[in-house]
Design a protein around this ligand. Structure first.
Ligand code: ATP
Length: 558
């Protein structure tokens, strides 16, 4: 499947629209249409139900070290600014960006790809932002233009080495005498020689600036006075709301460690280059769990959650080779994490063999609760210590509240360790759409084979579970069809359609992934049965019209 086909289907059938499209759109923001809103709600509801409300705290699920409890929270998007100072987001949540002096465009440093190419006695590093299969053609096009060559003269370009990130050009500086140690520790900084680099949108060489840090948090002002001291941030993740409410949850419920707190809601990141449809948006929804456990059991819980979360995706239909679970290498781990695994999907917009993150499952130790008690932490050797300012005081003070847990059975007091499965609702929705997109050939009304597009969505995720059609708009068929429709509606989302040829009505439902279509025809009027048609196999069978709700519910498993 080409990504363009899915994007076109999403627009045509009302899954996704560009935000503020009539004004030319706003990059990195998306609106879910009438079908998309149902699909994404189903993704969120499946997550909430499977992780929270349907979880049985009396029995350990398969693979869990013991039974555990789950509760939920719904926190404010704007929180006290100190939250982000102690969590590290204020100082550390940034990407590196590069500006082009010629085109005035801004790029994410690690997303510029390029390749060394030689022609007419000159060697340059030609760059672009294209990913995947288009990258090579894009670089060739730019190199031809730079060297003033025509397409048929492409042989004159001599390529050296593979396509590589611009970051591979940076180097540690040659240490000056006596500076060796500082340079080895990253002291005087890196050297960026971009003089032979052709920027992605530039015509001349050497127009890219050295990379600079760019904080991804959206800033806003709280209250009418509007001074810098009133600045606050839109949350870049939902997790912190759970940590700062840890004590409230303990004090207001009877949960005991181990337990998990789930939260689902909007997060905001001012991504430098939002792209790949909804994959990298500036406003998106997260589905996060913070699972609190005894430090001695945290490794076993980490294993459990890593496997449990992977299985959630396979159970909902991402069962193919495009889904994988990848453990981070020690170099990739955050400074506080003793283990992280990503659940990744091979999205069609990525190069062959590349995967994009759907969810990260991280062992975070006691980093978060300690930060909110003591203040922002930094690593010193093997230990985490409170970061100090020039006067030797904590750089960002914590709340000073005791966030430890007292186990009244063992009389043990400790700071729980945290396992965090952190998923994105929009990325999951996009992966389910990509996986579901199918094409086959079916005879149309006149028997001619024609292309059929259908979404093989898991029935739990499908926006509409069943559509009801009268074959024709006469002979009492609409009346019977409307009765069936009314009987289905209290149970699940159903759709009634009597307009146009029945073949076309089937195709519309196939394109939005409706698993079953019920048709009232001539035979219904004589024997009271209707046909039910299966979206994937196109098999049709007859049932009594009053049995439709039970038949569909049985097949949907709801
Ligand atoms: P990436 O490396 O792709 O930017 P991340 O590692 O920063 O992602 P996390 O901070 O671990 O992401 O966030 C958890 C989840 O939130 C991600 O796995 C993803 O599903 C979702 N997410 C993060 N950033 C975005 C975004 N810009 N747009 C859509 N979803 C996002």
């Amino acid at each position: 499947m080409e990504m363009d086909q899915l994007v076109a289907l999403c627009k045509r059938r009302g899954f996704l629209f560009q935000s503020s499209e009539i004004y030319g759109g706003l990059q990195g923001f998306w609106d879910y249409g009438p079908m998309g809103v149902e699909l994404k709600r189903n993704v969120r509801e499946a997550w909430w139900r499977d992780m929270v409300t349907a979880h049985n705290e009396l029995q350990p699920p398969p693979g869990a070290p013991s039974p555990y409890e789950m509760v939920g929270l719904d926190c404010a998007i704007i929180m006290h600014p100190q939250v982000w100072k102690c969590s590290g987001h204020y100082d550390l949540f940034h990407d590196l960006m590069v500006d082009c002096r010629e085109s005035k465009r801004r790029y994410r440093y690690d997303q510029i790809q390029g390749r060394w190419v030689e022609a007419k006695g000159q060697t340059i590093f030609v760059t672009g932002e294209a990913q995947g299969p288009e990258a090579i053609a894009d670089l060739q096009h730019k190199a031809l233009r730079f060297f003033n060559l025509r397409s048929k003269e492409a042989d004159e370009l001599q390529w050296h080495g593979p396509v590589a990130s611009l970051t591979t050009l940076e180097s540690a500086p040659m240490p000056a005498p006596g500076e060796g140690k500082a340079a080895a520790a990253g002291g005087p900084g890196k050297v960026y020689d971009f003089s032979r680099v052709l920027g992605p949108d530039a015509k001349t060489l050497g127009t890219l600036t050295a990379p600079r840090e760019f904080n991804l948090m959206f800033k806003t002002i709280v209250g009418a006075l509007g001074g810098e001291e009133d600045a606050a941030f839109l949350r870049p993740e939902t997790a912190q709301g759970i940590f700062v409410n840890f004590k409230n949850v303990l004090d207001s419920t009877r949960v005991r460690v181990p337990f998990g707190v789930a939260q689902l809601g909007k997060s905001f990141r001012n991504e430098i280059t939002p792209r790949n449809f909804t994959f990298r948006s500036r406003e998106f929804e997260q589905m996060e769990i913070e699972f609190f456990c005894h430090p001695g059991q945290s490794r076993a819980w980490y294993q459990y959650w890593r496997d449990r979360r992977y299985r959630w995706y396979t159970d909902l239909g991402l069962a193919g080779q495009r889904l994988r679970l990848r453990d981070h290498t020690p170099e990739e781990l955050s400074h506080y994490s003793c283990g992280t695994a990503d659940i990744e999907y091979a999205f069609p917009f990525l190069a062959a063999g590349d995967f994009g993150e759907l969810e990260g499952v991280a062992h975070r130790g006691d980093f978060d609760l300690r930060s909110h008690m003591e203040g922002k932490l930094v690593r010193q050797g093997d230990a985490l210590v409170v970061e100090q300012d020039a006067q030797g005081k904590p750089k960002y003070r914590g709340s000073g509240k005791d966030l430890s847990y007292f186990d009244d059975l063992t009389k043990d007091r400790y700071l729980p360790h945290v396992i965090e499965p952190s998923a994105g609702a929009d990325r999951a929705t996009l992966a389910f759409l990509c996986e579901a997109y199918c094409e086959d050939e079916q005879p149309d009304e006149s028997g001619k084979p024609t292309k059929r597009v259908f979404l093989r969505l898991h029935p739990r995720l499908a926006p509409i579970k069943a559509a009801v059609f009268p074959l024709v708009k006469k002979d009492g068929m609409p009346e019977v069809a409307k009765e069936i429709y009314a009987a289905l509606k209290p149970h699940f989302n159903a759709f009634y359609d009597e307009k146009g040829a029945v073949g076309r009505r089937y195709r519309r439902q196939d394109e939005v992934g409706t698993p079953f279509c019920i048709t009232v025809d001539g035979q219904t009027l004589s024997d009271g049965t209707v046909t039910i048609r299966d979206r994937d196999t196109l098999r049709q069978w007859r049932v009594k019209k009053e049995d439709c709700p039970a038949e569909i519910r049985g097949r949907l498993g709801i």
